[in-house]
Design a protein around this ligand. Structure first.
Ligand code: BEZ
Ligand code: FE
Length: 287
């Protein structure tokens, strides 16, 4: 008979999980068991606390669905998502750095042409984000596709709404042969992460700010290059120093310059004041 004691339980559990057929799974599971046991020992976890944690995980699962990603949010606010991003994207310092994906990306956004407006019909100050997509040597990456998404001026993403008729504040933009791209949207604002679930409940018991600074999301996945998931943040935005998901990086902070009515970077013109943000994305070739 296997005699289990407080002293030997960790070794027994590690030994058992080391039998995973996939060696990497064995490595992951044995390390997880060791760290979980060590955590329980360190804090002398009580049964009531352990049960509360189980109930929190249950609630996190129950509120999740194909649109609501409460586990991603949990990972984000714990700083785990950003740690995993940083370890897995140790890019050249001259390349555009990666940041968190977040829970609101939707696949299959429509293709818009150069300067196409992804904010059709929504309130907000017009914003043109434009520049080039280049490699580390400065050569353009022709036809690179930028998958772009953001929140509306109330801080709400399409993924947080019920059914919508058309894609809302999300689109794909192909760069031109010379690597130039142009996105037309509305100026983003800072917003709160969803606070009506188990993650918000936990955050509400701390002094943590639950806001994110104003930003736009970009995903560029070009064959032959390291995939890039990133944001551009507005320079001077509130919460840049306290982003609840640890997603900010100095290199991703961009000046938003106010412009008078007149010509716009897509070659057209506009009869209201607008904002211009220039940014050159730099992709790193895969080794
Ligand atoms: C976002 O920027 O969309 C986001 C990222 C992490 C958590 C919540 C929202
Ligand atoms: Fe966001």
């Amino acid at each position: 008979m296997q005699l289990v004691t407080e002293e030997n339980i960790t070794d027994l559990a590690v030994e058992r999980w080391a039998t995973a057929k996939d060696p990497r799974l064995a490595e992951l599971m044995t390390a997880l068991v060791r760290h979980l046991h060590e955590f329980a020992r360190e804090v002398r976890l009580t049964e009531a606390e352990w049960m509360a944690a189980m109930q929190w995980l249950t609630a996190t699962g129950q509120i999740s669905n194909e649109k609501r990603e409460e586990f991603i949010l949990a990972s984000d606010v714990l700083g785990l998502s950003m740690l995993v991003v940083q370890m897995n994207h140790r890019l050249d310092p001259a390349a555009t750095p990666a940041t968190v994906l977040g829970p609101f990306h939707i696949e299959g956004s429509p293709d818009l042409g150069f300067g196409g407006d992804m904010s059709q019909g929504l309130a907000g100050v017009p914003l043109f984000v434009h520049g080039t997509v280049r490699d580390l040597g400065g050569a353009p990456v022709p036809n690179a596709v930028l998958d772009v998404w953001q929140a509306d001026d109330e801080g709400v993403y399409e993924a947080q709404l019920g059914e919508v008729d058309e894609a809302r504040l999300r689109a794909k933009y192909a760069a031109r042969e010379d690597g130039r791209y142009c996105v037309r949207t509305i100026a983003p604002k800072g917003y709160t992460i969803p606070m009506d679930g188990p993650v918000g409940d936990l955050i509400g018991r701390t002094a943590i700010s639950h806001f994110r600074p104003a930003h736009i999301h970009f995903l560029i996945n070009e064959p032959g290059f390291e995939p890039l998931i990133t944001h551009l943040f507005q320079e001077g935005a509130e919460y840049l120093d306290s982003d609840v998901v640890f997603g900010t990086k100095q290199e991703l902070v961009v000046r938003f310059e106010e412009r008078e009515p007149g010509p716009t970077p897509d070659g057209g013109s506009i009869d209201v004041p607008w904002i211009e943000a220039r940014y050159d994305f730099v992709l790193q070739r895969q080794a």
